[in-house]
Design a protein around this ligand. Sequence first.
Ligand SMILES: *Cc1c(COP(=O)(O)O)cnc(C)c1O
Length: 382
Amino acid sequence: MNDHIEEPYLLTPGPLTTSRATKAAMLRDWGSWDDDFNQVTADIRTQLLAMAEAPSDEYACVPMQGSGTFAVESALACATDPSGKVLVLMNGAYGKRAAQLLATMGRAYTTLDKGDYRPPQADEVAARLQQDPAITSVFLVHCETSSGILNPLDAIADVVRTQGKTLIVDAMSSFGGIPISLAQTPIDVLVSSANKCIEGVPGFGFVIIRQALLEAGKGRAHSLSLDLHAQWEYMERTGQWRFTPPTHTVVAFQAALAQHREEGGVPGRCARYTRNRDALVKGMRALGFSTLLEDEWLSPIITTFLSPTDPAFEFHSFYAALKARGFLIYPGKLTEVESFRIGCIGQLGTTVIAQLLNAIQDVLADMDVSLIADLSSPSGSA
Ligand SMILES: *Cc1c(COP(=O)(O)O)cnc(C)c1O
């Protein structure tokens, strides 16, 4: 069990295991209109722009209440031209969700669907943009959390920029844990949330967006509450959120940001997540498991493992037995093969990964699962 708090470790992509300091920050109530709270809001907006290495005279950071999807929805509504067309790059659930959001708000889109886990490639994106000049924006999921693949952001960003289109990146599960520099990579809109690599608790997301695009987004929103431009305008004018903010989540996020800095910022956090991932993948392979992806595509965020083919293996019993030992893992999200996922993010290190591997070994022995058959099966190729 998670020593000091007697609750299981969350080996999930968020909500995840947060620190005691982050939880403790929530033991106070704040007035949402009060200056003290407004300063917290202003501070996190500034810190997020700095983390993204976004020139503050070119970009704005706009927080939005709700889960990550609310922020993606508000960003798509504001940053895409209602008379334009969006190319949605898809290789998993979150690319699909973006298309669903666009369909719901009645915006034109087309997709490049690579199935469950193959990466969209820059040359394919270039070809699509050339074929279809009506496309005005491209949507890319950086780390597609459904498989754990890290998509080739830099190469795609270059192509999108060269062709003069707008790039919208869902960096939900990567921002803060994997270096992204808006000063170096031409990204127009980046969306992430409080409860992933920055290790806050759930309650809001945020959009880092080119100011010119934000200004052009006035009046485009299909929704009153998810109007990013209106949120920004109100926040700039009053220092407050437009409707009730998740006050406790916001102050917990400020505490989480301080710990992120102490850990060495994005490089420090990326190094710990990478150590977790390496220990996890090495240990699981030693037990006989295969990863869905080849090493080159593995993110340090979450890894998909193929379920053992032994009929004695059953995910729900495996999950429950690991939960009883203090570890919550994550079900698979692939359509073609049985799989499960284990996250590497949150307040945990290689000691916890080693404990998890021991628990997995014990549980497999209890379930009488033999992994011998899997030892010879190759990793799927991306
Ligand atoms: C978590 C996540 C989201 C947002 O999901 P919510 O459940 O709305 O918080 C979006 N995209 C990716 C890639 C994610 O990992």
